[in-house]
Design a protein. Structure first.
Length: 321
């Protein structure tokens, strides 16, 4: 009976997730969940995913699920113009960088701007005051806030907005045709072009490994969902970007090195595959059990994208003099 109940609840959750639709017709993602960002006042995680609006402003943005208007934000430094919808399944969806709002709320926006000018404005709405059906227009694509080109940024949050969730666990987005690559590897602070099967030296009690890795889609770079580090076929470190407490939004250096950069058209982020400051996205850390007497051992790094495609990269480590 207990097993049946668990399966039943899983099916309910799966059905609720699978009913979400993409916010843009015939689109694709251009940035993934929890990528590194160094824009704004403080480096931070990318709290959602970006869907292309084909470099155009004014493309209709659709509600991914039915719900009630929870909040609008105007002229936010990072998000620009924002609509937030509360859904009956307990989640909220946030739509950012909008150029315009839909007709049903544009008059409210005009009145607010008339009264408060171009300052940041945030307004919360009573439950059931303004509703949206699934697929109804919630706004139009733009590049307000920190956006440098028109697109739609969407986030999925819990009702009290304490947690962020990977939108691709809710929205069925077509897999991107690309290649998972490691461009550079960093060993104890020294950077090298990654070479499969290469032997690298380390000096510390345990190796401090970081990698510049991504899903390469033509000229675009998409962040990864999971990274697993193995020493001699034993799992040592595991990072997964499935969800994040909002209080950790401004703590990207728990998984990225402090020389990472992502601003404008520049993106070079290094995943930190060793414990320094452990954050929520670090799911497993077995470094405390690492045998510090090992002088030579094989290493594997398993990289997984947001469509669960994986690649495994192999090299060796030896202790330097």
């Amino acid at each position: 009976m207990k097993k049946f109940l668990i399966i039943f609840l899983f099916l309910i959750v799966f059905i609720a997730f699978s009913n979400f639709i993409p916010p843009v017709d015939d689109s694709y993602i251009t940035s993934s969940f929890l990528e590194f960002r160094s824009t704004g006042d403080t480096p931070h995680f990318h709290g959602g995913v970006d869907f292309s609006t084909f470099l155009k402003e004014g493309i209709p943005i659709k509600a991914v699920y039915e719900g009630n208007l929870s909040r609008i934000e105007i002229n936010d430094e990072i998000y620009g113009n924002v609509v937030v919808i509360q859904h009956p399944n307990g989640y909220k969806s946030l739509y950012a960088h909008l150029s315009m709002f839909p007709k049903k709320i544009q008059s409210i926006v005009d009145d607010l701007i008339s009264e408060f000018g171009n300052n940041k404005i945030e307004v919360n709405f009573p439950e059931n005051e303004i509703s949206f059906s699934q697929g109804e227009i919630v706004g139009y694509s733009g590049k307000t806030g920190e956006a440098i080109k028109p697109h739609i940024h969407i986030e999925i949050r819990n009702s009290n907005e304490t947690m962020l969730f990977d939108p691709l666990n809710f929205i069925n987005a077509e897999p991107l045709n690309g290649e998972i690559v490691i461009k550079e590897i960093v060993i104890d602070g020294k950077k090298f072009d990654f070479v499969e099967g290469q032997t690298y030296e380390f000096q510390n009690n345990f190796p401090h490994i970081a990698i510049n890795a991504f899903l390469q889609v033509n000229k675009n770079i998409i962040g990864l969902k999971e990274l697993k580090l193995y020493f001699s076929n034993k799992l040592v470190y595991h990072i997964m970007f499935d969800e994040l407490p909002i209080e950790e939004m401004n703590k990207p250096f728990t998984v990225y090195t402090d020389d990472s950069i992502a601003a404008g058209y520049i993106y070079k982020a290094y995943y930190k595959l060793y414990p320094e400051t452990i954050g929520y996205s670090v799911k497993q850390n077995n470094f405390p059990t690492f045998n510090q007497n090992l002088d030579f051992f094989p290493v594997s790094i398993e990289l997984i994208d947001f469509w669960n495609r994986k690649e495994i990269f192999n090299f060796n480590l030896k202790r330097g003099n």
